[in-house]
Design a protein around this ligand. Structure first.
Ligand SMILES: *Cc1c(COP(=O)(O)O)cnc(C)c1O
Length: 400
């Protein structure tokens, strides 16, 4: 049996039989994508308002990214860090220049970048801050999402992310997101870092109270604590600026990037930030076979080049204002959260009761994710004004 002859139902049944049951994918089997559109195995087209959880900021198969990948596939795909390759250093330089940071440590998944940032913060606490060995604490926010590794779920507040997986990695404290007093009370002389998403993605696209991020920065300065901003979902123009923290005029000591860093072509993540902090990593401390591969770095350089034009940041701001204005007018919507081309659309309970909003949207030709009563709207930043209107009209129709 070749893949081409399988119906959507065949694919779903095979996945059920042979794939691990780690997710319940929406029952559509995708086979193609271009720009803001995807198509399924039967050729049906859908407008993509999901955007790969923000990994598809530049649209599906952006021509510049595909070209960079194809060129590199014909040259060299892997060197490992045992040897230099001719894409790694230019990628690190270009990404640091784009983000106005000093040093780059590339890796693969977002979770790997978070794990790496945790390791760096702990080592910095022992070597630089003088925290007694084994006592370093990292403070995180409630309802956080930083990934699924064993260490990361140790500080998740989602019970289903943790259940059955203990024992957990110690050394983390959780405080409510957006509550500066709670954070202040939690900081001790053993605090290595505060780790936050400047805008919480999986929690429902939650923007913290005005002034909060600047207060976090001040608290970190006063207590000699690192501020680690997880920009894996909110960064790289998704919320408007290159880095979401830029909006608040705040700089973090370390940032984690992932998802759109490769435009959704392959896994590519990084820890970026202060050279004196990332500098605690010395040869042999840390490593990854694929981290900094020439293939990933070539695509990453092409992504950085797209962001360097400022076009996507501008699109996110301008089209985002339009998206938010339109969503705010909809009947049956109680709240629209977020920034840029990114919205958490809270739907009135009576409008969702007994209805499968995302299925009704898919019938009309729109893919979107629903979670605990809200729709997550994150179209690729290449989406046009007309396509936004088309998608919002479909949402209006389903909620009517
Ligand atoms: C997706 C995500 C991660 C984890 O990235 P993976 O590539 O899935 O490991 C971490 N932090 C945030 C904010 C994310 O949205």
């Amino acid at each position: 049996m070749t893949v081409d002859t399988l119906s959507p139902q065949d694919h779903i049944a095979l996945a059920e039989r042979w794939g691990a049951h780690d997710s319940v994918p929406f029952p559509v089997v995708l086979a193609g994508g271009e720009g803001a559109w995807v198509s399924d195995v039967e050729g049906r087209r859908y407008l993509d308002f999901h955007g790969g959880y923000s990994a598809i900021n530049f649209g599906h198969r952006h021509p510049a990214l595909v070209a960079a990948a194809k060129t590199q596939l014909d040259r060299l795909t892997l060197s490992t860090r045992a040897f230099h390759n001719d894409q790694y250093a230019p990628f690190c330089r270009d990404l640091a220049e784009l983000t106005n940071t000093e040093m780059v440590l590339p890796s693969n998944s977002g979770g790997e970048a978070i794990d790496t940032a945790v390791k760096i913060a702990r080592k910095w606490a022992y070597q630089v801050k003088g925290v007694p060995d084994g006592a370093a604490e990292i403070i995180v926010a409630g309802a956080n999402f930083h990934g699924r590794t064993m260490t990361i779920i140790s500080f998740s507040t989602h019970d289903n992310h943790r259940a059955g997986f203990g024992p957990f990695t110690p050394g983390f404290k959780v405080v409510p997101f957006g509550d500066i007093d709670a954070l202040r009370s939690a900081v001790t002389e053993n605090t290595a870092a505060v780790l936050l998403e400047p805008i919480q993605g999986e929690a429902g696209i939650v923007v913290p109270p005005k002034g909060y991020l600047a207060e976090v920065r001040e608290l970190c300065d006063d207590s000699n604590t690192l501020f680690i901003a997880d920009e894996i979902q909110c960064g790289l123009a998704r919320s408007g600026p290159t880095l979401a923290l830029d909006e608040a005029g705040v700089r973090a000591d370390l940032y984690t990037l992932g998802k759109s860093l490769s435009g959704g072509l392959l896994p590519l993540s990084a820890v970026i930030g202060r050279a004196d902090v990332i500098g605690v990593i010395t040869p042999g401390d840390h490593g990854s076979t694929f981290g900094g591969s020439p293939l990933a770095c070539a695509v990453g350089r092409a992504t950085v080049a797209l962001l360097a034009t400022g076009e996507f940041q501008e699109r996110s701001r301008e089209l985002g204002a339009h998206l938010h204005a339109r969503l705010n007018e909809l009947d049956g919507v109680t709240e629209v959260r977020g920034r840029g081309l990114w919205a958490g659309v809270q739907i009135a309970e009576e409008r969702t009761a007994g209805r499968r909003v995302t299925e009704l949207l898919a019938e009309r030709g729109l893919l979107c994710k629903e979670d605990r009563g809200h729709l997550r709207v994150a179209p690729p930043l290449v989406v046009t004004l007309e396509e936004i209107d088309l998608g919002v009209d479909m949402i209006a129709d389903v909620l009517a």
